[in-house]
Design a protein around this ligand. Structure first.
Ligand SMILES: [Zn+2]
Length: 230
C-alpha cells in the first residue's frame, strides 16, 4: 500500500444550524468516507448520510451521495468492498451500511452498546438484515498494516484507522477531531514539552501518543477537506 492509494469519497453535505456552530451562523459541513485496497481486501471507512427521522432531517437538511455513487468515482462498486469500519455510529457515518450485509463491520463494543441503547442514531442502520459486526475492545490490527485505534472524545466509542503504507502512515481520523486545525493544535500540545515550553500547557488527547508512534505522514478527516501533514 502507498499513501496515495488511500482515496477520499465525497458522501454529501449537510447544514449545521447556528445553534451548533458556536459562531451564531449556520455552516455547511461535508461528509467524507475513505477507501483503500489492503492485502485483506478493499477497506471502506464510513458509508455516508443515513435517512434520519423527520426532526433530524429538518434540523440538518442533508444532501446525500449514495455510497454506490461515491465508490463509482474511484472505479469501485459495493461488491468490491471487503470490510467496513465505522469511526462511530452516528447517522452521518453509517447511511450505506445496509449495502454491506454479510461483510464484517468493525466497531468498538462500547459504541455498539451505546447505539443499541437508543436515542443515539438510526436503529435500522445498526441492526439491519445481514449486519455482521466484528466487535473490538480497544486497539486491533484488523489486516496486516491496518490498525484500528480508539480515539474517544466526540463519542466514547470513537475509533480511527491507521494504514501503514510503504511510504508512511495515513491516519483516517474520522471525527477524532472535527478539523485538521484541531488535530494540529493537539499535536503541538503533545510536543510542547520537547519544544521547551514550560507549564501551564494544554493536555493532549490521551490517545494521541499511540497514533504519533505510528509516525503519520498524512491525517484525513470525516468533516474537513483539509489534510494534516507533519
Ligand atoms: Zn459526524
Amino acid at each position: 500500500m502507498r499513501i496515495d492509494d488511500v482515496r477520499r469519497l465525497d458522501l454529501g453535505t449537510f447544514v449545521r444550524p447556528a445553534e451548533e456552530t458556536g459562531t451564531g451562523l449556520p455552516r455547511v459541513d461535508v461528509v467524507y468516507g475513505y477507501v483503500v485496497r489492503t492485502p485483506g481486501g478493499v477497506l471502506l471507512l464510513d458509508t455516508g448520510l443515513g435517512k434520519a427521522d423527520d426532526e433530524t432531517e429538518a434540523w440538518y437538511r442533508p444532501r446525500r451521495v449514495s455510497v454506490d455513487e461515491a465508490l463509482g468515482t474511484v472505479g469501485l462498486a459495493t461488491a468490491d468492498v471487503g470490510l467496513v469500519v465505522n469511526c462511530h455510529l452516528h447517522f452521518d457515518h453509517i447511511g450505506g451500511n445496509p449495502r454491506f450485509a454479510g461483510r464484517p463491520l468493525f466497531c468498538q463494543r462500547t459504541e455498539l452498546e451505546t447505539a443499541r441503547a437508543g436515542d443515539y442514531t438510526v436503529p435500522e442502520l445498526v441492526d439491519f438484515a445481514g449486519a455482521s459486526y466484528d466487535v473490538l475492545d480497544g486497539e486491533a490490527e484488523i489486516v496486516a498494516g491496518v490498525h484500528v485505534i480508539p480515539t474517544p472524545g466526540h463519542v466514547a466509542g470513537h475509533q480511527s484507522v491507521v494504514v501503514v503504507c510503504d511510504d508512511g502512515s495515513v491516519v483516517l481520523a474520522g471525527q477524532a477531531h472535527d478539523t485538521a486545525s484541531q488535530w494540529s493544535a493537539d499535536v503541538l500540545a503533545a510536543r510542547a514539552g520537547e519544544l521547551g515550553h514550560r507549564p501551564p500547557l494544554p493536555e493532549p488527547s490521551p490517545w494521541l501518543a499511540r497514533i504519533l508512534e505510528l509516525d503519520p505522514r498524512r491525517v484525513v478527516f470525516a468533516h474537513d477537506a483539509a489534510v494534516w501533514v507533519p
